[in-house]
Ligand binder design. Structure first.
Ligand SMILES: Cc1cc2nc3c(=O)[nH]c(=O)nc-3n(C[C@H](O)[C@H](O)[C@H](O)COP(=O)(O)OP(=O)(O)OC[C@H]3O[C@@H](n4cnc5c(N)ncnc54)[C@H](O)[C@@H]3O)c2cc1C
Length: 416
């Protein structure tokens, strides 16, 4: 059983506890620092065009976003729990919780969205050489590199270990040839963390390595694929004789599957949060408030009893899920949690998010089926797209069926 803290951070990041009076002091200092340093325009929800992913291609619609990122990064608070020597804040779990609470209290935006923070960084902390950690982690913390994930291939998604993109040893570099698919933001990313086959004869799990390389390398090209929601956030990605310096291999040659699996656990944990609150994504409206708006109130209660029951059930499941997540976070402090539990959260969180949108559709009816035109408000048009986008939640990061397989085999120990 591998031990992992289910809020995405492994125990060893900083497992010290802080006495309560010191925590109160930490809260006061944090509140004062945020008050002085969080620009007022960063105390609102983030409009689509102002989400900061960092990297070389980042544009700054609102200059305060840049200032906010720089200030948070300087303090190590883009990655509060990473060690300070790698650009983190060195906070323990209690302090991290306080920071999040204080940020929420002033509605502070997250300064940086990043696959580097959510997925790659935690894997590098565990598997990379110290030289690699010192090189990549501070850049991730400062938002200087935007990463994409080169895992899935046209015929190898759920059966990921069958991947065929190969990297040949050419002396002082690897020569990479092949294609990836569904690579989120590959056309906007600076670097890729990529699974490649380095031993064609070994059993499939034992011939895979984990490489990092620059998306500007000669021989890398991308072709965007539209999603059902109309956006094109992912690509097919091609590698044609791409030369990758050998020092960009993470971990041991042919041992990339171990890293790949751990990174997937971090990814699944991150995705699971998507369904973890009762506000409807993008609208900021809770399901029960939306119901009141759509159906009117009867003595302060929603009139339709079936709908009322449905909404209560949803809300109760949301709360139970949140409590289970925080209980696991607490249990992780004792250091004995199975990392495969991330599959349970991924499965439940994404299915719950899909249910949330289905219920929203029941409430709004045809007003949530608009694709354009004057009869729909901007918010309604966005809702339609978000409902369609939610369908991908239970596919990205490994499908629900695959999570059920992991849970039955690795968590429950059922036979194959
Ligand atoms: C929005 C989005 C973003 C993504 N971003 C990335 C990214 O950045 N990088 C990346 O590498 N990939 C990315 N992916 C790809 C994603 O990881 C794969 O789509 C996913 O792993 C499923 O693989 P597949 O599409 O090849 O489906 P398949 O593996 O072909 O599966 C098809 C169906 O068969 C079922 N199935 C397959 N095997 C089994 C089994 N053993 N038991 C039961 N059922 C099974 C699946 O559940 C599914 O319903 C993204 C996908 C989406 C939707």
């Amino acid at each position: 059983m591998s031990k992992v803290c289910l809020n995405g951070y492994r125990e060893y990041y900083s497992d010290t506890t802080t006495p309560m009076n010191n925590l109160e002091q930490f809260r006061e200092q944090t509140r004062a620092w945020l008050e002085d340093n969080c620009p007022s325009s960063m105390r609102t929800s983030t409009p689509d065009g102002e989400v900061i992913w960092g990297g070389r291609k980042q544009t700054w619609l609102n200059p305060d976003s840049k200032l906010w990122l720089e200030r948070m990064a300087e303090r190590g608070w883009t990655v509060p729990r990473w060690p300070t020597k790698y650009g983190g804040g060195g906070l323990n779990a209690d302090q991290d919780k306080i920071l999040m609470e204080e940020m929420r209290a002033i509605n502070a935006r997250s300064p940086l969205q990043s696959f580097g923070i959510w997925m790659l960084g935690p894997a590098l902390l565990e598997f990379a050489s110290d030289e690699q950690k010192k090189h990549y982690l501070p850049q991730i913390a400062r938002g200087e590199i935007r990463w994409c994930q080169g895992y899935s291939e046209p015929n190898y998604g759920s059966d990921l270990a069958g991947l065929q993109t190969k990297a040949e040893d050419m002396g002082d570099y690897y020569l990479v040839n092949g294609a990836k698919i569904w690579t989120s933001y590959a056309d906007e990313a600076d670097w890729i963390f990529c699974l490649v086959r380095t031993d064609l004869d070994a059993p499939k799990h034992e011939g895979i390595s984990f490489l990092l390389f620059d998306m500007d390398s000669e021989g890398v090209s991308t072709s965007p694929i539209p999603l059902i929601s109309g956006a094109s956030p992912f690509c097919q990605t091609f590698f044609d004789d791409v030369k990758v310096p050998k020092h960009q291999l993470v971990g041991e040659l042919n041992n990339g599957w171990t890293i790949a699996k751990r990174l997937l656990q971090h990814e699944r944990q991150m995705i699971s949060g998507i369904g973890g609150n009762s506000a409807l994504g993008g609208t900021g409206i809770k399901l029960e408030d939306l119901a009141k708006q759509c159906l009117g109130e009867e003595n302060g209660r929603i009139a339709d009893p079936t709908l009322r029951q449905d909404i209560c059930e949803h809300r109760m499941n949301d709360l139970a899920f949140q409590l289970t997540m925080s209980r696991s976070g607490e249990e992780a402090k004792s250091g004995n949690l199975d990392a495969n539990l991330a599959s349970i959260f991924k499965y439940y969180g994404t299915e719950q998010n899909k249910r949330k949108y289905e219920r929203m559709l029941n409430l709004m009816g045809t007003q949530m089926l608009g694709w354009g035109g004057d009869t729909f408000s901007t918010k309604e048009l966005a809702n339609t797209r978000q409902w369609l986008r939610s369908k991908a939640n239970s596919i990205e990061g490994g499908t629900s069926e695959v999570q059920l397989n992991v849970i039955s085999k690795r968590v429950l120990g059922l036979p194959d």
